[in-house]
Unconditional design. Sequence first.
Length: 351
Amino acid sequence: MTEPVIGAPSPQSARARRGPSLADVAGLAGVSTQTVSRVANGLTNVEAATRDRVLRSMQELGYRPNRAARALRSGHFRSLGVIMFTLSSYGNMRTLDAIAVSAATAGYSINVVPVEKPTQKDVSVAFSRLLGLAVDGIIIVIEAHIIDRADVELPPGLSVVVIDSTERSDYPQVDTDQAQGARLATEHLLSLGHSTVWHIAGPADSYSATRRAQTWRSVLEENGRVVPELMQGDWSTTAGYEHGLTIAARPEITAVFAANDQMALGVLRALHENGRRVPEDVSVVGFDDMAESDSFWPPLTTIHQEFEATGRRAVELLIAEIESHPEPAALSSMPTRLVVRSSTGPAPTLS
């Protein structure tokens, strides 16, 4: 009789170290390894009772499908990359959350690479990092004009969707209807009797900020109103506060459209500190409809953006490309709506 080798691992301990195999699951469930493979790969040609038995066996043994091997067989890694400039903005975080939830629902994981500065070099490095992580496609969320530049080359043969529309037409794009939102905000203030509307814009290199400012200007011109000097901001409450101090010192300013809610919050603080009442003296409109905007004082009139719909649509378009049934490269525009609260009111009578 052969004596056991001292120190040799038992079959049970060896299996514990390597993890349960396809054969282990098949043995426990009383089916073939081919049946287990079909269940693990999500195929539908397995009877419901058999599928349930296999899934229970997987759970009991702690079996995890070998996704790397599956990727080699199918050519797909079930993973999406996201390149995003700034994780601190409200809109980007809401969009990223929607991307993550939608991807998980579709059976994909995500890898996020933040870009510190929207330059050609940083974008190229982000692409390289994601390609090294073996992703099936990439969603780009960068608000700057960098994607339009001829010297920025996106990897050939890779599925790409851009959030925040660009001048390129070779990739599907998803964006909020920025022009509609800015028009609603500006027209709302004019309808209240204000002679004109001042605008605190976002960064000059932001698509969203540029389109909102262009539409604000167009609406004033269409209505024969004076177009005030543009106030340039950077999305922050600090920028809104600093411009708010200027607004507070000028009694002829009665209506302000801030390009996002955070800058609008800064304006409200500056007006309050300097004795200008909202909305009795100055009406203020924001853009985004942050979860906290109804808790500002006074509650903020703002433009509601569909961040969740934008993220879901981007994932939908990207997976369609990955799975070889792409839609034509075009812009999917998400509608906006005006949410009227207490920060806007009739124009005051100026003495």
